[in-house]
Design a protein around this ligand. Sequence first.
Ligand code: SF4
Ligand code: SF4
Length: 232
Amino acid sequence: MSAEKTIDRLPAVPKPGRWIMPGLGLIQGLVISGKNAIQSYYKKDRMTTIQYPEQRAVISPNFRNFPFLCYDDDAATGLRCTACSICENECPPQCIYIVLDRDENGKSLKRPKVFDIDISVCMNCGICAEVCPFDSIYMDGEYEMSTDDRFGGLMLGLDRLAKSAEYHMKLRPEEASAVMAKRKAEEEKKAAAAAAKAAKAKADLEAKAKAAAEAKAAEEAQAATEEKGESA
Ligand code: SF4
Ligand code: SF4
């Protein structure tokens, strides 16, 4: 049943200040339920229930459950997360745990070595997704996550959190398209800045080489003049 049809069948909202008979809402609700129950035998759009799990309802793009981490191209190398820990610090129930990956010299590799979210604690607030400055963490629409493993099953690591940019595009096309456009514009800006820097460095190098060549030529000319003077 479409959302519009459902809204059409709801009773009109009474104007503020108008007297409402006690229990009217309950009666109206029961009338709608009764209509749905009887008419569902001969009207398909009155069927308000589905045979789950054989049938699945279409999930609203606004539905959000637990967070996931987005990667471009490859899960191992394309993770957008830089392990900046902003989401970890902002998460109200503190259910995110991040360890920064480092090389053998201790230098930051700007990616997480460990990224865990305890979904038994997560309250689906979406703050992590709002504060992430690297377009890395978004709220997922997955809801079939029940498990009998109280601890391991509800602790999501990188293997379960990392999902592709294509997944994000399918889940929320509008949001993902805006993010991709923004990232593309940023990349183009970076590439233009790098090209301008390289061109400036090349021009500086050429100017230096030209100045050195001119200085050398001047030195040689002076030496030649001095030599001429001595021989005269
Ligand atoms: S949705 Fe909220 S509670 Fe869950 S990990 Fe993000 S910030 Fe924490
Ligand atoms: S998900 Fe975003 S905010 Fe959280 S650590 Fe990674 S880059 Fe930082």
